[in-house]
Write a protein that binds this ligand. Structure first.
Ligand code: NDP
Length: 450
């Protein structure tokens, strides 16, 4: 990168930090985009002239609200709720809700910002949004979670609608929470509509939505491997997390002939050198989704090693899939992966790799895909759920999975189109950011000063 471009990025980031103080995750997400987009807008002055980058980093609207609820002991509790409506240039705001004690405005702004680019890459008509609360569903009874969700929706319902803003799940928000949220929306509006995605199949959900992010990740990995003349058969795959994304990433690795050897939660990870097979995965899903237990129990059941307080990147592998949380793979972890011969890192989570980590991976020739490309499968099937709801029809599993695969192949093609360097290597960071940017930017240009 030339010195003037570096200086322009620095200056831009100073402005971002000044206008958004105390929001490090948001700064980090903007920085990644700015590095690709500022040089691109130098070559395409129509975007620079219309200040598209300055506009795209500013949320169209942010709603912050009180969520009071009562626990099972009759104590008054209060949490904070948010919805960041980031960009509606190409469709209604779309993005998940996160319930986790670490939720802040910075986290939700970074997620909503990334979502805008990701949704654009899917080629479906969806704008960017994200929301959630610092509520922790862990350790709460079903009744407590229901009362919280009802209170959350009692405020949120006036800001969302099927053609305005369509939330979905994210960390801490799975099928149970979406059901409670949908039930309350329906009561308040007296309307049965596709206002949320990730719904149960019995009430308007789509086949493959629970599986979509994990499956989509592996469809994207297949394309990355193909581009290098490789395939996944027999490859050792290290996965972090044991939630929704990780579970279905592991399932697809098994189906495609790879060998998943780790899973983790916020307390530690398990290493199963024999590989997590379909039977062990069924146990893991029951453990996490029904019993809501800890990953250490997997190690006790299958007699393998549990590493308390550690991350799985120390285990030698061919492929690493960070599927848990932002900034879980730092520079030193990336160094360990490189030294152990890892050839590919694709993100199931949002922004799990720090800028230093990305730099180490890219400099050492590891194929690295940012989440906004490789985990776009979840929102893609949410988009397909919206389409099915609009026409009040439901497609078969095979149909949805085929469409998902086609969309992930298209996302890969866009990364290739905008990210292929002179030496033939695909820079997925550059490709995903420019590919996602162009469609939104063109829509903003067409819509005037919005
Ligand atoms: P879940 O809540 O189902 O699972 C999250 C997993 O991450 C759990 O195993 C959790 O462990 C673990 N985790 C949480 N915090 C930490 C931490 N500090 N260190 C290590 N592990 C941690 O969430 P999802 O699977 O839905 O989401 C995971 C990631 O994927 C998020 O970044 C999300 O934004 C992203 N994503 C999700 C999509 C979806 O469709 N669900 C779509 C696209 C991206 P524990 O049980 O201990 O909390």
């Amino acid at each position: 990168m030339i010195a003037t471009q570096k200086a322009a990025i620095e200056k831009f980031m100073q402005m971002v930090e000044k206008r958004n103080p105390g929001q490090p995750e948001f700064h980090q997400a903007v920085y990644e985009v700015a590095q690709a987009i500022i040089p691109f807008t130098e070559e395409h002055p129509q975007y620079k002239k219309a200040a598209i980058l300055e506009r795209i980093i500013e949320a169209e609207r942010i709603i912050i609200f009180r969520v009071p609820w009562m626990d099972d002991e009759g104590n008054y509790r209060v949490n904070r709720g948010y919805r960041v409506q980031m960009n509606s240039a190409i469709g209604p705001y779309k993005g998940g809700l996160r319930f986790h004690p670490t939720v802040t405005l910075s986290i939700l702004k970074f997620l909503a910002f990334e979502q805008t680019f990701k949704n654009s890459l899917t080629t479906l008509p969806m704008g960017g949004g994200k929301g959630g609360s610092d509520f922790d569903p862990k350790g709460k009874s079903d009744n407590e979670v229901m009362r919280f969700c009802q209170s959350f929706m009692t405020e949120l319902f006036r800001h969302i609608d099927k053609d305005t803003d369509v939330p979905a799940g994210d960390m801490g928000v799975g099928g149970r929470e979406i059901g409670f949220l949908f039930g309350q929306f329906k009561r308040l509006k007296n309307e049965f509509s596709g206002v949320l995605t990730g719904k149960g199949y019995a009430y308007g959900g789509s086949h493959i939505r629970p599986e979509a992010t994990g499956y989509g990740l592996l469809f994207f990995v297949e394309e990355m491997l193909k581009a290098r003349g490789e395939n996944i058969k027999g490859k050792k795959v290290v996965v972090s997390g044991s939630g929704n994304v990780s579970q279905y990433a592991i399932e697809k690795v098994i189906q495609l002939g790879g060998i998943p050897i780790t899973a983790s939660d916020s307390d530690g990870f398990v290493y199963d050198p024999a590989g997590i097979d379909a039977k062990k995965l069924a146990y893991l899903m029951e453990l996490k989704n029904v019993k809501r237990g800890r990953i250490s129990e997997y190690a006790e059941t299958y007699g393998c090693k549990y590493y308390a307080g550690k991350k799985p990147w120390m285990i030698p592998c061919d492929i690493a899939l960070p599927c848990a949380v932002q900034n879980e793979l730092v520079e030193t972890d990336a160094g360990v992966l490189v030294n152990n011969g890892c050839m590919l890192v694709a993100e199931g989570a949002n922004m799990p790799t720090t800028p230093g980590g990305i730099d180490v991976l890219q400099r050492n020739g590891v194929a690295y895909a940012p989440g906004k490309a490789s985990n776009a499968g979840g929102v893609a099937v949410s988009g397909l759920e919206m389409s099915q709801n609009s026409v009040r029809m439901s497609w078969t599993r095979e149909e949805v999975e085929n469409r998902l695969k086609g969309i992930m192949q298209d996302v890969h093609k866009q990364c290739e189109k905008y990210g292929k360097n002179g030496d033939g290597i695909i820079d997925y960071v550059k490709g995903a950011n420019i590919g996602g940017f162009v469609r939104v930017a063109d829509a903003m240009l067409a819509q005037g000063h919005v």
